[in-house]
Design a protein around this ligand. Structure first.
Ligand code: ADP
Ligand code: ADP
Ligand code: ZN
Length: 217
């Protein structure tokens, strides 16, 4: 099973992806998580990505496509994967088609998590992320059992620097046009499945399960 999640920052891609990959035993590939790990480790990739990320800009396509190509070629991805945050541009979507063709694979679903801008701002500014395992929390909508501590691994929760009120608006603007173009790209291929991402986390999850089980929406 090969799935793509499309949605603006804060739509709930990471939250839903964690549950889906667990249930279906497929790999979760988040380009945002990969970039953040590279920045934390200070690798050459991290140094390249950091300036763009800090400004809420996209990392250049050639850099992003390169790491995805390398990652998807690994044997552990042959059981299936969920792409979260990639592709984000039409050139990335075209490159993904090439990568999949070279692996004799095809996408099964492109799931679009639809959420209003107002809600996205609320979600992003209240988001807290585990430093150790990357799990996503929210101060009001999904608080951890103990403030500042990850329920799953006990890691420390922190606020991403690009989730500050100043950067959030910029990120939404940068991504809005790209998401529309991506939806057009995948609509023509008949792959887009729309999910109401505004609903509570469990309800969004049920909708995604319906899509993956091939139930009519
Ligand atoms: P993305 O990966 O799309 O940027 P996340 O999964 O990190 O988004 O979710 C963004 C924020 O919104 C997090 O704080 C998360 O806990 C919260 N969140 C995710 N889904 C929902 C939902 N359905 N309702 C309320 N809050 C949510
Ligand atoms: P969110 O969906 O919450 O914005 P991500 O964790 O997916 O956050 O991405 C964080 C940052 O990493 C983005 O703002 C961008 O700078 C970079 N990034 C992630 N995925 C891509 C991508 N496919 N193309 C370009 N840049 C990316
Ligand atoms: Zn954790």
């Amino acid at each position: 099973m090969q799935i793509v999640f499309i949605g603006l920052p804060g739509a709930g891609k990471g939250t839903q992806a964690a549950r889906i990959v667990e249930e279906y035993g497929i790999r979760h590939l988040s380009t945002g998580d990969m970039f953040r790990a590279a920045v934390a480790e200070g690798t050459p990739l991290g140094l390249k990505a950091k300036t763009f990320m800090d400004q809420g800009q996209l990392v250049p396509d050639d850099v992003t496509i390169g790491i995805v190509r390398e990652t998807l070629a690994k044997p552990e991805y042959r059981k299936g994967f969920l792409l979260d945050g990639f592709p984000r541009t039409v050139p990335q979507a075209e490159a993904l088609d090439d990568i999949l063709a070279s692996l004799s694979l095809a996408l099964d679903h492109v799931i679009y998590l639809e959420v209003s801008r107002e809600t996205l701002v609320e979600r992003l500014t209240g988001r807290r992320v585990c430093r150790k395992c990357g799990a996503s929390y929210h101060v009001a909508f999904r608080p951890p059992a103990r403030a500042g501590v990850c329920d799953l691994c006990g890691g420390e929760l922190y606020q991403r620097s690009d989730d500050s009120a100043e950067t959030v608006g910029k990120r939404l603007d940068v991504n809005l046009r790209q998401v529309d173009a991506l939806l057009d790209y995948y609509e023509t291929k008949g792959l887009v499945r729309r999910v109401n991402g505004e609903a509570p986390i469990d309800e969004v999850y049920r909708q995604i399960q319906d899509v993956l089980r091939g139930r009519p929406q």
